[in-house]
Write a protein that binds this ligand. Structure first.
Ligand code: ATP
Length: 234
């Protein structure tokens, strides 16, 4: 099944065209990455899919047109975004952050907390610690857990590796791969193109607001032109 389908999406901020005529999709079970330079429009694309940005075009989620649904309705339908910069409640504990994230969901909170703590044992050890005192990596894990606790059908991640130490970045990508393997479809945007493509099934390349390429993730990894522009030397 096609979990997400975006057709003719346009986002403008005044005279700035951030996203132009974007068509893209995610199939059930897929891990799809959108790579592209700073300012290419990746965040604007994700925020529009989540309903946080005004946009023109058609967005279908689980084969329903959600283009005019509010952000909360999209979350309730199973569309979760972990925004850039984490957005956790710093003065609250890990546990309280998870409670708030689960609020209004019909599933059993204790069971969901248990499954999140299974994925992130470190958060269980720190469940009574205030979120602001967690390390950067732990805060990112908490942000991810806040989305997972609602069992989304599609998990969207905006630059999850941002600001993390290289070792923690590698762990983060492993966790994302594991979440996808256990059945959650994932749409990831990343500047860390090489690592993201290494775990993805498919990728899109975004340049100045447009999708300029894409396809099988392994083929993108081997593409020499992409190499020069986005992967840096290694
Ligand atoms: P980054 O990785 O740096 O976040 P990005 O690919 O996610 O980049 P966007 O954040 O979507 O790109 O930005 C796309 C373009 O839209 C940029 O030129 C940016 O300056 C502009 N832009 C983004 N948000 C706004 C806003 N609220 N008002 C005006 N222009 C904006």
């Amino acid at each position: 099944m096609r979990i997400l389908e975006v057709e003719g999406l346009n986002v403008r901020y005044g005279v700035v065209r951030a996203v132009t005529d974007v068509d893209m999709h995610v199939d059930e079970g897929e891990l799809v990455v959108v790579v592209g330079a700073n300012g290419a429009g990746k965040s604007s694309l994700l925020r529009s899919i989540a309903g946080l940005n005004k946009s023109r075009g058609r967005i279908s989620f689980l084969e329903k047109d959600v283009s005019s649904s509010r952000a909360e309705q999209r979350v309730r339908a199973g569309l979760s975004l972990v925004p850039e910069g984490r957005h956790i409640f710093g003065r609250m504990t890990v546990f309280e952050n998870l409670q708030i994230a689960h609020w209004g969901a019909s599933t059993d909170f204790s069971a969901e907390v248990a499954s999140v703590f299974e994925l992130f044992p470190r958060l269980e050890e720190r469940r009574h610690q205030t979120a602001a005192t967690l390390s950067g990596g732990e805060q990112q894990m908490l942000a991810l857990s806040r989305a997972l606790i609602r069992r989304p059908r599609l998990l969207m991640l905006d630059e999850p590796s941002m600001g993390l130490a290289p070792k923690v970045v590698a762990q983060m990508f492993e966790v994302i791969e594991e979440i996808n393997r256990s059945g959650t479809s994932v749409l990831l945007i990343e500047q860390n193109a090489r690592m993201a493509l290494a775990i993805a099934h498919r990728g899109y390349l975004m340049e100045t607001g447009r999708i300029s390429g894409g396809g099988d993730a392994k083929a993108m990894l081997e593409d020499e032109q992409l190499h020069e522009a986005y992967f840096g030397k290694s």
